[in-house]
Design a protein around this ligand. Structure first.
Ligand code: AR6
Length: 176
């Protein structure tokens, strides 16, 4: 699915984010930037040790913030590491923290002159955020950001399963 808002394409695809050749890919990291499983593990595996070297120097990233490193051996130029919330029950500030993670990633990309960016579905794996609720926060935040800022030309979601692609597509259709 693809649509255009304020000169920026919003795309939803199924795939593996480590294969993306956008200016930056976003990593669903943890606050210690220590690496882990899921998309984080995959990005470090494919990108190689230069990414972890920079993560160690940066030292950490609070929930809802974002930091940037080299893309190492990835096709993407940079990795933006952001930290989504661990989902408890939805009443512990999770939507705000998840929105912050998307917004901070987009702001960091803009500040570095990056025009194209790929996101995974942050917090919906190990961190347990229900995909439908997360897709609403993610897409609302991204739509509001591209309406308010120029400079990005492509924001792509790379969803790892058909079910997630369906969930995000349904949400995007409802929001536009
Ligand atoms: N490409 C795109 N999406 C992927 C890929 C991939 N190669 N691999 C997994 N996903 P998760 P979180 C999807 O658990 O919930 C890590 O250990 C996956 O199917 O990666 O934010 C970190 O170190 C799911 O839909 O991230 C943290 O400790 C989505 O990516 C913690 O997990 C996010 O799942 C972060 O948990």
């Amino acid at each position: 699915m693809r649509l255009e808002i304020n000169g920026c394409a919003i795309e939803l695809i199924r795939g593996d984010i480590t294969l993306e050749a956008t200016g930056a890919i976003v990593n669903a990291a943890n606050s210690r930037l220590a690496g882990g499983g899921g998309v984080d593990g995959a990005i470090h595996r494919v990108g190689g040790p230069a990414i972890m070297d920079e993560c160690r120097k940066i030292g950490g990233c609070p929930t809802g913030s974002a930091v940037i490193t080299t893309g190492g051996n990835l096709k993407a130029g940079y990795v933006i590491h952001t930290v989504g919330p661990v989902y408890r029950d939805g009443a512990h500030n999770e939507p705000t923290l998840l929105a912050n993670a998307y917004r901070e990633s987009l702001s960091l990309a803009l500040s570095k002159g990056i025009k194209t960016i790929s996101f995974p579905s942050i917090s919906t794996g190990t961190y347990g955020y229900p995909a439908k609720a997360a897709s609403e926060v993610a897409l609302k935040t991204i739509l509001a950001f591209v309406k308010a800022h120029t400079g990005l030309t492509l924001v792509r979601f790379v969803l790892f399963s058909d079910a997630d692609l369906k969930t995000y597509s349904g949400t995007l259709l409802r929001l536009v």
